[in-house]
Design a protein around this ligand. Structure first.
Ligand SMILES: *[C@@H]1O[C@H](CO)[C@@H](O)[C@H](O)[C@H]1NC(C)=O
Ligand SMILES: *[C@@H]1O[C@H](CO)[C@@H](O)[C@H](O)[C@H]1NC(C)=O
Length: 409
């Protein structure tokens, strides 16, 4: 009896510890989100313990768990042929719509980059496999989902190089011809860290004179676009909102840029971009959210700019100021070269303002932008619009995003 009570108390305490997080009432299906978040945090804690015990890198463990549960082989359907192959040495999963019996009609092309903090996820996991198949099917398109290498196998800028290599290979006229893709109708797209890579590669391609095929569109789903200000209104508002906590995002950045994870604390108070740091002065002006965000998103939050900071952070992790890591700080001249853009943002997401500020800067540079905002959205919701979670906001974001691609590509 005593043992049973003790056992039940431990289970209850653990459940309460893992499951309950206070959530705003406006977020989509709060109870489901709590359960999803608890599952993800248990996986994170187990990976942390494994890392601490010296069994392997934290991110490797997290990925093992996710891929073990979720990885699918390349399974073709009646309408979409799926194949795992390599483009210029980089692994890709290609989804080819097969509806088209009229060979003269060319298809549309989409380069897709999955999310996961530059460290997690795969083109082969169920949710991304599902989304890419759906894009291929609805658009009658060829979708190239990039299996770029992840932290800790490689660090910045290798992830960008992998995606760039795939994009350049796909954009070669003979490769597009092989897949019957119209060179005038190719898009790049990605979510979260994949949105960061899509934005970075889009900027690289736009400036590269050796690439003759231009992208028609870029579509960025709740992208991460800067690591200079961890106190934008959305970072302040959503620091404790699942599934992407502010400290977790800071850690993803540091792991990607090969910085020491002990720098999470100075990053969170913006000690790396303080006033006394002259390297940061120029970017601080570009990234001024008091002029880039509409009042409805500022909600009375105040900028956090330290007078004295911690110069060691930028000295040791100079990539924090690198435009390839932070596409939001690109010069106007570069933004002007970019294709028509779709940006999806979620209210309950630390990265919300990264996306809103990029939309604003692109518009100011004369680019046509569709900004699609979800009041009940949370970070990552689109991939949770699939089996087994089926979040309603996930299904809506996915359908609207694919509709936009269909209408504009
Ligand atoms: C930020 O920098 C200030 C000035 O160097 C220092 O006093 C403070 O402890 C730092 N805070 C963090 C969290 O690193
Ligand atoms: C940001 O913009 C506001 C309003 O335009 C201005 O008052 C402020 O000085 C700017 N801050 C920086 C750091 O440039």
């Amino acid at each position: 009896m005593k043992a049973t009570i003790a056992f039940l108390s431990v289970v209850t305490a653990l459940t309460a510890y893992y499951v309950y997080v206070p959530l705003p009432s406006t977020v989509s299906e709060p109870w489901k989100l709590m359960l999803l978040d608890a599952a993800l945090r248990i996986a994170q804690d187990v990976s942390n313990i494994a890392h601490w015990m010296g069994l392997g890198h934290y991110q490797t463990f997290l990925n093992l768990a996710a891929n073990f549960l979720e990885e699918l082989g390349p399974e073709s359907t009646e309408t979409v042929k799926v194949e795992d192959t390599a483009f210029d040495g980089v692994q890709v999963r290609v989804f080819e719509a097969g509806k088209n019996t009229n060979d003269a009609e060319l298809k549309r092309g989409v380069i897709y980059i999955h999310g996961g903090g530059w460290a997690l996820g795969s083109a082969r996991i169920r949710s991304y496999d599902y989304i890419c198949k759906k894009i291929a099917d609805v658009l009658n398109a060829v979708v190239v989902s990039v299996e770029y290498r992840l932290v800790p196998e490689v660090y910045f800028p290798e992830q960008i190089h992998d995606v760039l290599q795939v994009a350049k290979h796909f954009l070669l006229l003979e490769v597009l011809a092989k897949y019957s893709v119209d060179p005038h109708r190719v898009a790049i797209s990605g979510d979260s860290a994949g949105g960061n890579l899509a934005a970075a590669v889009s900027q690289q391609l736009a400036q590269d004179r050796s690439v003759t095929t231009r992208l028609k569109l870029q579509a960025l789903i709740y992208p991460a676009l800067q690591a200079l200000d961890f106190n934008t209104p959305s970072y302040q508002q959503n620091m404790d909102i699942p599934i992407l906590y502010r400290s977790v995002m800071a850690r993803f950045w540091l792991e990607y840029l090969k910085g020491d994870t002990s720098f999470v604390k100075p990053l969170l108070v913006n000690n790396h971009t303080s006033f006394d740091l002259h390297e940061a002065a120029a970017v601080r002006a570009i990234l001024n959210w008091t002029s880039l965000l509409p009042p409805s998103f500022k909600k009375g939050y105040k900028p956090v700019i330290q007078t004295l900071g911690d110069p060691r952070v930028i000295q040791e992790v100079p990539a924090l100021l690198d435009v390839r890591a932070a596409p939001l700080i690109a010069d106007n001249e570069v933004l002007q070269l970019l294709p028509k853009t779709y940006i999806l943002t979620c209210e309950h997401d630390v990265l919300r303002d990264d996306g809103i500020m990029y939309a604003k800067r692109l518009e100011e540079a004369g680019i046509e932008v569709t900004h699609d905002h979800y009041e009940d959205g949370f970070h990552g919701c689109m991939i949770f619009g699939t089996w087994p979670t089926y979040f309603s906001v996930g299904i809506r974001t996915m359908n609207n995003y694919i509709n936009w691609l269909s209408q504009n590509l």
